[in-house]
Ligand binder design. Sequence first.
Ligand code: PHE
Ligand code: ZN
Length: 879
Amino acid sequence: MRTSQPQTIYLSDYKVPAYLVDTVDLRFELFEDGARVHSTLELRRNPESDETAAPLELDGDSLTLESVALNGAELAAGDYEDRGDQLVVRSVPEQFTLTVVTWIEPQNNTRLEGLYKSSGMFCTQCEAEGFRCITFFPDRPDVMARFRTRIEANKDAYPVLLSNGNDVEKGELENGRHFVTWEDPFPKPCYLFALVAGDLVEKRDTFSTCSGRDIDLRMYVEPRNAEKCDHAMDSLKRSMRWDEEVYGREYDLDIFMIVAVDDFNMGAMENKGLNIFNSSCVLASQETATDLAFQRIEAIVAHEYFHNWSGNRVTCRDWFQLSLKEGFTVFRDSQFSADMGSPTVKRIEDVTLLRTAQFAEDGGPMSHPVRPASYMEISNFYTLTIYEKGAEVVRMIHTLLGPDMFRKGSDLYFKRHDGQAVTTDDFVKAMEDASGRDLSQFRLWYEQAGTPVLAISDDFDAETGVYRLTIEQSIPDTPGQTNKKPQHIPFALGLLGQDGQPLPLQLESGDSGAPTERVLELTEAVHTFEFHGVESRPVPSLLRHFSAPVRVRYNWTREQLLFLMSHDPDGFNRWDAGQRLAVDVIQSLVNAPDDAEIDPRLVEAYRKLISDADLDQALVAKMLQLPSEAYLIELTDKADVPAIHRAREAVLRHLAGALKGELLGCYQRHQGSGPYEVTPEAIARRSLRNTALAWLLMIDDEEGRGLAVSQLNAADNMTDRMGALRALVNSGYEADRQKALDHFYDRFQDDPQVVEQWFSVQASSDQAGQLADIRKLLEHPAFDWKNPNKIRSVVGAFAGQNLAAFHKPDGSGYEFLADQVCRLDDSNPQIAARLATPLTRWRKFAPAYSAQMKSALERIRDKSGLSRDVYEVVHKSLA
Ligand code: PHE
Ligand code: ZN
C-alpha cells in the first residue's frame, strides 16, 4: 500500500532508457507456496542516452529479493540498494550480465497483475506495469529484448507449461516435476511477456498463411470448457485471413496460442504468440452464450490477433502513446466486424458506445486527450478515450485519405517502424508521407481533449436556388485545457429533396454531375458552404456515418426527423434520426404531468418499422431500441435520473400499449425455425422477437407473459433464453420472475459465465435489483469478491445499468458503491478505481444527487492507505 502522495508522470519528461536489455533468460520454479524467479539479463549502456554515468535502476513491486550477481559474481549488500520499488546498482560496466533472483507469492496475488493463480492455474498479466511484480526489470515499453523462459512445476498439477514463442526443450525433473523452455525470436517489451501453467485441455487447428506457412493454432482451457472453443477458433482464422487481405499482414511465429482464465481484470491480452483471455471473452456455446457474446468474442479475438502487428511488431515508446496501438487496433477490429456482418449495424453499435460513454468521459473530470500529457497510474488510462475516440481519430484519417492512400500509409508505417517502439506522431507522419497530405492541424485530435461541438444553421434562398449551411465549431474547456484551437474535421453530408431524392451537391453553380454525398473539411472556427441549383428547401443529412466524433447542434423539426427516418440513403443517419426523435419526445416528458400527450407521430413511425417486413431487419432491430437512460443522462445538464427513467418508461409503455398487435405479429413472424445460426439475419430475428417480448411485458400483457414462459422453457440457445428471462425479470410478474430465476440457476450453476449473466440480469433490473436485492446477491454462494467478472456483474451492473435504483434520492446507492470501492481497494485497486467511475460524474446530476455523490467520493478519499489507482480517480474528480 501507498505511504506517500502518488507522483504525476509527464510526457514532457520522457528520456530514452539509460540501459538497454538485449536478452532475458528466465527460470520460474513454481510451487504452491510461492515461486522463485531467476532472471539473467544481458545489459549495455544505451549509446543514445546522454546519462553516461547513470546508475542502473530496475523497477520492482512486491518482490522479495534473494540475490543479485554481476557478471557471475554475487554482489554484497553494499553494492546495490533494494528500495522496494527499485533495485539500484550504482556502478556497472558498459556491458554486463546481471542475475537477479526473486521470490513472489502468486497464490496471494489478488491484484491480478504480474504472476497470479486463477482456478488452480498460474497465469500472468504484465501490461502495463505487471512485469515488475515478477522480477526487477526496466519496465518500460521502449526496452525491447529477446526472451527465453524455462518453467518448472509439478507435472501432475501443471502438465501444460506455456510462454511466448516456440517450445525448444522439455524434460523431466526430480520429485515429480518437469520443465519446458520457450524461446521468442522477436524482441519485445516486457509487457508482452506471458506464462501459463495448469491442467488444461488443448484444442488444435491450423492456418495456412498467404505465403504458404502452416501455423499451429492452439487453445488451452479447463477441461469443462472443452466444448466452448469452436467459435473463438473460427474467429481467429477469419481474423488471420482478413489481416492478410486487408492490411497485407502475415502471422510471424509458427504457433499461436489462446488461453482462457476466469480471473482477469480486463477483456484479453495480446502477449506475443500467447494471448490470454478473460473466459467471458472467449468461451461460447449455443447453450451458454448470447448473440451479443458471440459477436463480442469474434471482435476481441480479432483485436488481440491484430495487435500482433499494431502493438507487438510496432509498439509504443511510452504509455502516453497507448492509443497508438489501441486506437489503431480498435479501428482495425471494427473494420473487421463490419466486413463480417453489417457495416451499418456495427457503426451504430460503435457510435452508441462512443456517444454514451466516451462523450461522458470527455465531459467529466477524468477527460484527457487521446495522447495524454500526464498521469499518475497508467492503469487508469485504459479508457474509452484512448480506445474508442482513438479509433475514431484513425477512422477520420481513413476518411480523409481514402482507403487506398490509407493502406499505403499503414504499409509504410509497418515497414518503417517494424521492431521499434514509436509514437502517435510517427503514425501520423507515415500517413502524411505516404499520401502527401498535410495532417499538421489534424494532430490536434491527439492533443486536445473534449468533444467538439458543431453548431449548424442553414437558410434557403428560393430566388437564387442557393442553400447555405453555416457550421461553427467549438471545443469545451477540459481539466488543464482552455481556449482550444479549431480542429480538422471531416464532415460527410447529403441533401434530400422534398420527394426524398438525394440532390447533387453543387458547390459551384451549374455542376449538375456533382456527387450526392460529400466530405467537407472543416478547419476554421466558422465555415459557410453554398449549394447551388436547389429547387426547394432541402432536408440536410448531417455528419453521415458519424464521420467525426463530435456533437451536432441543429434545430431539427420532428417532421424533418421523420422524413430522414424513412428517406435517408445513409442507414446510419436513418437510425440517428429515429434516436433524435425519440430523445426529443422523451425529454419533453421529463417532469411533465402524468397525462401529458405522447406525440402520435412517434407511435406511427414505430408502427411502420415493426410491421414493414421489407425493411432491413437488422437495422429495424437497432431502430427499435429506445435511447438508453445513460445516453439521455449524457445529453442532460443536471440530470434528474428518476425523472428521466419515468419519462422513458412512460414512452416505452405507451408504444407497447399502442402497438400490441404489431408486436405480437412481429414476434410470430420472427419465430425461429430450423437450426440455430449466428448469422446477421438470424441475430436480427432473435433481437426483434426479444424486443417485442420485452415491450409486451412492460405492460404486463398476459399473452406476452405466456410467450415468455414458453420461450424460456423451449429455447435451444442462450439468446432466446436470456431474452425471455430478462423480459420476465423486468416485468411486474413477481412469482414468474422468481421461478424463472431459480430454475435458470439450477440448470446453469456450474457454469461461471452463465452465472455472471444471471447476476447481471438481476442487478441491472429496477424490478429485481433494488439495493436490498443487491446485498442478497453479494451473499450468494456463487458470488466471489476475488473474481472481477462477478464484481462487475453485480456491483458494476447495479451502478452502471440500473440507474434509477443506483440514483435513489436517499443516496443509499452512492453509499453502497463507496463501501464497495473501499473494500476492493485493498485487494484489487484496478477494479476498485473502475468501479468508482459512476461517482466521479457527480457534477452531471441535479443538486440533491450531486451533493450526496460528492460526499460518497469524499468518504473514499479519506480512507487510509488508498491505492494510487483510486487516489488519482477520486482526487481528480473532486478537484
Ligand atoms: N492490451 C489489452 C487490449 O486492449 C487490454 C489490457 C490492458 C489487458 C491492460 C490487460 C491489462 O487488448
Ligand atoms: Zn488492445
